[in-house]
Design a protein around this ligand. Structure first.
Ligand code: PGA
Length: 350
Protein backbone atom coordinates (compact mmCIF):
# COMPACT_ATOMS: atom_id res chain seq x y z
CA UNK A 1 0.00 0.00 0.00
CA UNK A 2 2.82 2.32 0.91
CA UNK A 3 4.57 1.42 -2.39
CA UNK A 4 1.42 2.10 -4.37
CA UNK A 5 1.06 5.50 -2.67
CA UNK A 6 4.69 6.27 -3.46
CA UNK A 7 4.29 5.39 -7.16
CA UNK A 8 1.08 7.34 -7.36
CA UNK A 9 2.68 10.42 -5.85
CA UNK A 10 5.67 10.10 -8.26
CA UNK A 11 3.25 9.87 -11.16
CA UNK A 12 1.32 12.90 -9.92
CA UNK A 13 4.56 14.83 -9.61
CA UNK A 14 5.54 13.95 -13.18
CA UNK A 15 2.14 15.06 -14.39
CA UNK A 16 2.45 18.28 -12.38
CA UNK A 17 5.89 18.99 -13.98
CA UNK A 18 4.34 18.57 -17.42
CA UNK A 19 1.85 21.29 -16.54
CA UNK A 20 4.63 23.70 -15.72
CA UNK A 21 4.14 26.66 -18.01
CA UNK A 22 6.70 28.66 -19.92
CA UNK A 23 5.50 31.69 -17.98
CA UNK A 24 6.47 29.99 -14.71
CA UNK A 25 9.90 29.14 -16.08
CA UNK A 26 10.32 32.67 -17.34
CA UNK A 27 9.52 34.09 -13.89
CA UNK A 28 11.84 31.54 -12.28
CA UNK A 29 14.68 32.35 -14.70
CA UNK A 30 14.38 36.08 -14.00
CA UNK A 31 14.50 35.58 -10.21
CA UNK A 32 17.44 33.18 -10.51
CA UNK A 33 19.35 35.64 -12.68
CA UNK A 34 18.54 38.80 -10.73
CA UNK A 35 18.60 37.23 -7.26
CA UNK A 36 15.41 39.05 -6.26
CA UNK A 37 11.63 38.59 -6.57
CA UNK A 38 11.13 42.38 -6.67
CA UNK A 39 13.57 42.98 -9.51
CA UNK A 40 12.16 40.03 -11.46
CA UNK A 41 8.63 41.46 -11.06
CA UNK A 42 9.87 44.85 -12.31
CA UNK A 43 11.65 43.35 -15.31
CA UNK A 44 8.63 41.27 -16.33
CA UNK A 45 6.11 44.04 -15.56
CA UNK A 46 4.26 41.79 -13.12
CA UNK A 47 3.04 42.39 -9.59
CA UNK A 48 4.90 40.78 -6.69
CA UNK A 49 1.92 38.55 -5.71
CA UNK A 50 1.74 37.23 -9.30
CA UNK A 51 5.45 36.39 -9.23
CA UNK A 52 5.11 34.65 -5.85
CA UNK A 53 2.08 32.70 -7.06
CA UNK A 54 3.88 31.48 -10.20
CA UNK A 55 6.85 30.33 -8.13
CA UNK A 56 4.59 28.60 -5.61
CA UNK A 57 2.96 26.61 -8.43
CA UNK A 58 6.33 25.75 -9.90
CA UNK A 59 7.73 24.70 -6.50
CA UNK A 60 4.67 22.48 -5.92
CA UNK A 61 5.20 20.86 -9.32
CA UNK A 62 8.88 20.22 -8.65
CA UNK A 63 8.13 19.05 -5.13
CA UNK A 64 11.23 20.71 -3.67
CA UNK A 65 12.17 24.27 -2.74
CA UNK A 66 13.83 26.17 -5.56
CA UNK A 67 15.09 29.18 -3.60
CA UNK A 68 16.33 29.96 -0.15
CA UNK A 69 16.28 33.46 1.23
CA UNK A 70 19.22 34.95 3.11
CA UNK A 71 18.48 38.54 4.16
CA UNK A 72 17.05 40.30 1.12
CA UNK A 73 18.76 38.08 -1.42
CA UNK A 74 17.45 34.80 -2.74
CA UNK A 75 19.77 31.93 -3.62
CA UNK A 76 19.11 28.85 -5.68
CA UNK A 77 18.87 25.46 -4.00
CA UNK A 78 20.40 22.46 -5.75
CA UNK A 79 17.05 21.68 -7.40
CA UNK A 80 16.84 25.36 -8.37
CA UNK A 81 20.25 25.23 -10.06
CA UNK A 82 19.24 22.14 -12.02
CA UNK A 83 16.03 23.85 -13.11
CA UNK A 84 18.00 26.96 -14.10
CA UNK A 85 20.15 24.93 -16.51
CA UNK A 86 17.08 23.21 -17.87
CA UNK A 87 15.15 26.48 -18.41
CA UNK A 88 18.20 28.08 -20.06
CA UNK A 89 18.25 25.24 -22.57
CA UNK A 90 14.54 25.57 -23.26
CA UNK A 91 14.76 29.33 -23.85
CA UNK A 92 17.87 28.87 -25.99
CA UNK A 93 15.96 26.44 -28.19
CA UNK A 94 13.13 28.94 -28.57
CA UNK A 95 15.52 31.74 -29.43
CA UNK A 96 17.31 29.56 -31.98
CA UNK A 97 14.00 28.61 -33.52
CA UNK A 98 12.90 32.24 -33.81
CA UNK A 99 16.21 33.13 -35.45
CA UNK A 100 15.90 30.19 -37.81
CA UNK A 101 12.43 31.32 -38.85
CA UNK A 102 13.70 34.86 -39.40
CA UNK A 103 16.58 33.45 -41.44
CA UNK A 104 14.15 31.43 -43.58
CA UNK A 105 12.32 34.67 -44.26
CA UNK A 106 15.59 36.14 -45.45
CA UNK A 107 16.08 38.25 -42.32
CA UNK A 108 19.01 38.17 -39.96
CA UNK A 109 17.56 39.04 -36.63
CA UNK A 110 17.79 38.09 -33.01
CA UNK A 111 20.09 38.61 -30.08
CA UNK A 112 23.83 37.99 -30.03
CA UNK A 113 25.29 37.47 -26.56
CA UNK A 114 29.02 38.03 -26.33
CA UNK A 115 31.36 37.45 -23.40
CA UNK A 116 34.40 39.64 -23.98
CA UNK A 117 37.71 39.57 -22.11
CA UNK A 118 38.82 42.94 -20.72
CA UNK A 119 41.52 43.73 -23.28
CA UNK A 120 39.27 42.99 -26.27
CA UNK A 121 37.08 45.94 -25.29
CA UNK A 122 39.57 48.14 -27.15
CA UNK A 123 38.43 46.89 -30.53
CA UNK A 124 35.29 44.72 -30.26
CA UNK A 125 32.93 47.73 -29.94
CA UNK A 126 34.46 49.18 -33.14
CA UNK A 127 33.88 45.88 -34.93
CA UNK A 128 30.34 45.73 -33.61
CA UNK A 129 29.57 49.19 -34.97
CA UNK A 130 30.00 48.04 -38.56
CA UNK A 131 28.33 44.70 -37.83
CA UNK A 132 25.19 46.35 -36.38
CA UNK A 133 25.00 48.71 -39.36
CA UNK A 134 25.17 45.72 -41.69
CA UNK A 135 22.57 43.73 -39.70
CA UNK A 136 20.18 46.21 -38.08
CA UNK A 137 17.88 43.37 -36.97
CA UNK A 138 20.53 41.90 -34.67
CA UNK A 139 20.89 43.35 -31.23
CA UNK A 140 23.97 42.66 -29.20
CA UNK A 141 24.42 42.10 -25.46
CA UNK A 142 28.09 42.32 -24.57
CA UNK A 143 29.53 41.41 -21.18
CA UNK A 144 33.09 42.62 -20.61
CA UNK A 145 34.89 40.97 -17.72
CA UNK A 146 38.17 39.51 -16.52
CA UNK A 147 39.32 36.09 -17.63
CA UNK A 148 38.13 34.28 -14.54
CA UNK A 149 34.58 35.59 -14.89
CA UNK A 150 34.46 35.04 -18.67
CA UNK A 151 35.56 31.42 -18.24
CA UNK A 152 32.86 31.00 -15.59
CA UNK A 153 30.30 32.31 -18.09
CA UNK A 154 31.65 29.91 -20.72
CA UNK A 155 31.36 27.05 -18.25
CA UNK A 156 27.71 28.01 -17.52
CA UNK A 157 26.99 28.42 -21.23
CA UNK A 158 25.68 31.96 -20.65
CA UNK A 159 26.61 33.52 -24.01
CA UNK A 160 26.76 32.63 -27.70
CA UNK A 161 30.45 33.39 -28.19
CA UNK A 162 33.44 34.43 -26.13
CA UNK A 163 36.28 36.64 -27.29
CA UNK A 164 39.57 35.61 -25.68
CA UNK A 165 43.26 36.08 -26.34
CA UNK A 166 44.04 32.64 -25.00
CA UNK A 167 41.54 29.77 -25.31
CA UNK A 168 41.21 27.76 -22.08
CA UNK A 169 43.16 24.49 -21.94
CA UNK A 170 40.95 22.92 -19.31
CA UNK A 171 37.65 23.10 -21.25
CA UNK A 172 36.90 21.42 -24.55
CA UNK A 173 36.26 24.33 -26.89
CA UNK A 174 36.41 25.37 -30.51
CA UNK A 175 38.57 28.47 -30.89
CA UNK A 176 38.64 30.41 -34.13
CA UNK A 177 41.46 32.96 -34.41
CA UNK A 178 40.46 36.09 -36.29
CA UNK A 179 42.85 38.98 -35.56
CA UNK A 180 46.46 39.61 -34.53
CA UNK A 181 47.04 40.37 -30.87
CA UNK A 182 50.72 41.30 -30.55
CA UNK A 183 52.08 41.97 -27.07
CA UNK A 184 54.59 44.81 -26.88
CA UNK A 185 56.91 46.24 -24.24
CA UNK A 186 56.10 49.69 -22.87
CA UNK A 187 58.41 51.96 -20.88
CA UNK A 188 58.35 55.63 -19.90
CA UNK A 189 59.56 57.78 -22.81
CA UNK A 190 62.73 58.83 -20.94
CA UNK A 191 63.71 55.26 -19.99
CA UNK A 192 67.40 54.45 -20.69
CA UNK A 193 66.40 51.40 -22.78
CA UNK A 194 64.18 53.52 -25.04
CA UNK A 195 67.12 54.33 -27.35
CA UNK A 196 68.52 50.80 -27.48
CA UNK A 197 67.99 48.22 -30.17
CA UNK A 198 67.66 44.47 -29.88
CA UNK A 199 67.48 44.42 -26.09
CA UNK A 200 67.92 40.94 -24.62
CA UNK A 201 65.27 39.28 -22.50
CA UNK A 202 67.86 38.90 -19.72
CA UNK A 203 68.35 42.66 -19.65
CA UNK A 204 64.60 43.24 -19.60
CA UNK A 205 64.21 40.82 -16.69
CA UNK A 206 66.32 43.21 -14.56
CA UNK A 207 63.65 45.90 -14.84
CA UNK A 208 60.77 46.31 -12.38
CA UNK A 209 57.55 45.10 -14.03
CA UNK A 210 53.98 46.29 -13.78
CA UNK A 211 51.75 43.27 -14.39
CA UNK A 212 48.07 42.52 -14.80
CA UNK A 213 46.17 40.43 -12.25
CA UNK A 214 47.02 36.72 -11.92
CA UNK A 215 45.16 34.74 -14.56
CA UNK A 216 45.11 37.54 -17.15
CA UNK A 217 45.86 36.25 -20.65
CA UNK A 218 48.42 39.01 -21.21
CA UNK A 219 50.25 38.09 -18.02
CA UNK A 220 50.19 34.34 -18.75
CA UNK A 221 51.70 34.84 -22.23
CA UNK A 222 54.40 37.17 -20.88
CA UNK A 223 55.38 34.86 -18.04
CA UNK A 224 55.48 31.92 -20.44
CA UNK A 225 57.96 33.71 -22.70
CA UNK A 226 60.28 34.47 -19.79
CA UNK A 227 59.88 30.95 -18.39
CA UNK A 228 60.92 29.45 -21.76
CA UNK A 229 64.23 31.30 -21.28
CA UNK A 230 64.50 30.28 -17.62
CA UNK A 231 63.86 33.83 -16.57
CA UNK A 232 61.41 35.37 -14.16
CA UNK A 233 59.74 38.76 -14.17
CA UNK A 234 60.49 41.06 -11.22
CA UNK A 235 56.99 42.16 -10.28
CA UNK A 236 56.95 45.67 -8.88
CA UNK A 237 53.20 46.07 -8.85
CA UNK A 238 50.09 44.16 -9.87
CA UNK A 239 47.31 46.24 -11.41
CA UNK A 240 43.93 44.98 -12.55
CA UNK A 241 43.53 47.22 -15.59
CA UNK A 242 45.45 48.07 -18.75
CA UNK A 243 44.63 51.76 -18.27
CA UNK A 244 46.10 51.82 -14.77
CA UNK A 245 49.22 50.08 -16.08
CA UNK A 246 49.73 52.65 -18.83
CA UNK A 247 49.38 55.49 -16.32
CA UNK A 248 51.84 53.76 -13.97
CA UNK A 249 54.32 53.33 -16.85
CA UNK A 250 54.00 57.04 -17.66
CA UNK A 251 54.47 57.74 -13.95
CA UNK A 252 57.82 55.91 -14.08
CA UNK A 253 56.86 53.03 -11.81
CA UNK A 254 58.17 50.38 -14.18
CA UNK A 255 57.85 48.76 -17.57
CA UNK A 256 55.09 46.50 -18.80
CA UNK A 257 53.92 44.16 -21.54
CA UNK A 258 50.48 44.88 -22.96
CA UNK A 259 48.46 44.15 -26.06
CA UNK A 260 49.10 46.60 -28.88
CA UNK A 261 45.32 47.10 -28.96
CA UNK A 262 45.44 48.90 -25.60
CA UNK A 263 47.22 51.83 -27.22
CA UNK A 264 45.28 54.46 -29.09
CA UNK A 265 45.76 54.55 -32.84
CA UNK A 266 47.86 57.71 -32.50
CA UNK A 267 50.11 56.20 -29.86
CA UNK A 268 51.19 58.70 -27.23
CA UNK A 269 54.87 58.48 -28.04
CA UNK A 270 55.70 61.58 -26.03
CA UNK A 271 54.97 59.78 -22.80
CA UNK A 272 55.47 56.11 -23.65
CA UNK A 273 58.31 54.36 -25.47
CA UNK A 274 57.93 50.99 -27.15
CA UNK A 275 61.03 48.93 -26.48
CA UNK A 276 62.79 46.88 -29.12
CA UNK A 277 63.25 43.57 -27.29
CA UNK A 278 64.27 40.15 -28.59
CA UNK A 279 61.27 37.80 -28.68
CA UNK A 280 58.83 40.71 -29.00
CA UNK A 281 56.22 41.35 -30.11
CA UNK A 282 54.76 38.14 -28.71
CA UNK A 283 52.53 37.11 -31.57
CA UNK A 284 49.12 35.98 -30.46
CA UNK A 285 45.64 36.06 -31.92
CA UNK A 286 42.21 37.01 -30.73
CA UNK A 287 39.89 34.04 -30.86
CA UNK A 288 36.15 33.54 -30.94
CA UNK A 289 35.56 30.63 -28.58
CA UNK A 290 32.58 28.38 -27.82
CA UNK A 291 32.14 25.02 -26.13
CA UNK A 292 32.60 22.09 -28.47
CA UNK A 293 29.23 20.67 -29.43
CA UNK A 294 27.36 23.91 -28.83
CA UNK A 295 24.66 24.57 -31.42
CA UNK A 296 25.43 28.06 -32.62
CA UNK A 297 22.48 30.31 -33.41
CA UNK A 298 22.06 31.89 -36.84
CA UNK A 299 23.25 35.27 -35.56
CA UNK A 300 26.29 33.71 -33.86
CA UNK A 301 27.25 32.10 -37.20
CA UNK A 302 26.69 35.43 -38.92
CA UNK A 303 29.01 37.14 -36.44
CA UNK A 304 31.67 34.45 -36.82
CA UNK A 305 31.62 34.89 -40.58
CA UNK A 306 31.90 38.62 -40.09
CA UNK A 307 34.90 38.20 -37.77
CA UNK A 308 36.77 36.44 -40.59
CA UNK A 309 36.84 39.83 -42.24
CA UNK A 310 37.69 41.65 -39.01
CA UNK A 311 41.02 42.96 -40.31
CA UNK A 312 39.09 44.93 -42.94
CA UNK A 313 37.04 46.73 -40.33
CA UNK A 314 39.91 47.53 -37.97
CA UNK A 315 42.70 49.86 -38.84
CA UNK A 316 45.90 47.86 -38.56
CA UNK A 317 48.68 50.05 -37.22
CA UNK A 318 52.38 49.35 -37.07
CA UNK A 319 54.21 51.37 -34.50
CA UNK A 320 57.66 52.78 -35.00
CA UNK A 321 60.34 50.86 -33.18
CA UNK A 322 58.56 47.52 -33.34
CA UNK A 323 60.29 44.94 -35.43
CA UNK A 324 57.93 42.90 -37.50
CA UNK A 325 58.79 39.24 -37.22
CA UNK A 326 58.75 37.17 -40.35
CA UNK A 327 55.25 35.71 -40.63
CA UNK A 328 55.74 31.97 -40.23
CA UNK A 329 52.09 31.29 -39.61
CA UNK A 330 49.64 33.61 -41.20
CA UNK A 331 46.96 34.36 -38.63
CA UNK A 332 43.43 33.78 -39.62
CA UNK A 333 40.69 31.27 -39.47
CA UNK A 334 42.79 28.61 -41.06
CA UNK A 335 44.89 28.34 -37.92
CA UNK A 336 48.07 29.90 -36.65
CA UNK A 337 47.35 29.79 -32.94
CA UNK A 338 49.60 27.49 -31.02
CA UNK A 339 46.84 26.45 -28.66
CA UNK A 340 45.87 22.85 -29.14
CA UNK A 341 42.19 23.72 -28.98
CA UNK A 342 42.40 26.16 -31.83
CA UNK A 343 41.20 24.81 -35.08
CA UNK A 344 39.48 25.68 -38.28
CA UNK A 345 35.77 26.37 -37.97
CA UNK A 346 33.47 23.45 -37.75
CA UNK A 347 30.00 24.20 -38.91
CA UNK A 348 27.16 22.18 -37.48
CA UNK A 349 24.34 24.05 -39.11
CA UNK A 350 23.86 27.04 -41.32
P1 PGA B 1 43.50 39.68 -20.59
O1 PGA B 1 43.29 38.88 -21.92
O2 PGA B 1 42.66 40.94 -20.67
O3 PGA B 1 43.01 38.68 -19.59
O4 PGA B 1 44.95 39.97 -20.41
C1 PGA B 1 43.70 39.30 -23.12
C2 PGA B 1 44.62 38.30 -23.74
O5 PGA B 1 44.55 37.09 -23.42
O6 PGA B 1 45.41 38.74 -24.58
Amino acid sequence: MVMIDFHLSQQLKRQAMRHTTLRQLEVFEAIARLGSFTRAAEELHLTQPTVSMQIKKLTDAVGMPLFEQVGKKVYLTEAGRALQNFSREIFDHFTHFEMLLADLKGLKQGRLRLGVITTAKYFIPRLLGAFCRQYPGIDVAMKVSNRERILERLHNNEDDLYILGQPPEEVDVIAEPFLDNPLIVLAPADHPLAQEKNITLQRLAEEPFLVREAGSGTRIATEQLFARHNLKIRVRMELGSNEAIKQAVIGGLGISVLSRHTLPIDVMTEQIALLDVQGFPIERHWCAVYPRGKQLSVVAHTFLDYLKEAHRHIEVVTYPGIRKKKAANKPGLSGGNANKNTQAPRRTSK
